[in-house]
Design a protein around this ligand. Sequence first.
Ligand code: SF4
Ligand code: SF4
Ligand code: F3S
Length: 268
Amino acid sequence: ETKPRIPVLWLHGLECTCCSESFIRSAHPLAKDVILSMISLDYDDTIMAAAGFQAESIIDETIQKYDGNFILACEGNPPLNQEGMSCIIGGKPYLEQLKKAADHCKAIISWGSCASWGCVQAARPNPTQATPIHKVPGLPAKPIIKVPGCPPIAEVMTAVIAYILTFDRFPELDMQGRPKMFYSQRIHDKCYRRPHFDAGQFVESFDDEGARRGYCLYKVGCKGPTTYNACSTVRWNGGLSFPIQAGHPCIGCSEDGFWDKGGFYERL
Ligand code: SF4
Ligand code: SF4
Ligand code: F3S
């Protein structure tokens, strides 16, 4: 309670903004408690009240005041082609804003599959050369924590922040830079439809008897067996449900390259 709130610059590159949409719906902890009591969200061009030069100057002010001591949260990624002209923020390529903030931050959080892997805007042939944060040439070697998902689960996002603030360190990461506590198991490992998979009871088409009985969705394209995420344990909307519970196969939205790996409804 006595700790000063850590400054956060939350930048937006090529993205759909649903990572922010997810974040603001966190129930445990509430997003408002994260923003009002845990971090000082000094810049977020999607939700901040300020606009124009006043807003953009906050980045320089934060760098001056908290050099090396603020978190850089990245939603979306920069397009590298044509010197970054496919994503302009405050009249300049997002790439410039990203490089400037990255040079002075303490660490980077890559929110979602856009920042972590590239996502749909990096789909072949990737005309803008959309590039995930850890692959952007010229960025300093800062610690990067990836929180993939399209979007990531709200409570996973806020838990990562809460962990960093509570313990003053990153949570343990896997080989790909994801927090092990949320990304070490496959959706399939804890899926409540798993007994049907084990019993060979599968949905063959979306309106068949198996679908009505809640059978396993593997044959209609479920990527749960190859997807590392916490949806089947933490779930969504405050723990209420997740895609498979709603009758839709997992499309593997937290995995690198999911957008280019064939149809969402085909078995790979
Ligand atoms: Fe949107 Fe998905 Fe990118 Fe998040 S990762 S900004 S949800 S496209
Ligand atoms: Fe595995 Fe998907 Fe079947 Fe669940 S629905 S048991 S995740 S294949
Ligand atoms: Fe994404 Fe699969 Fe979860 S599609 S939201 S990782 S169930």
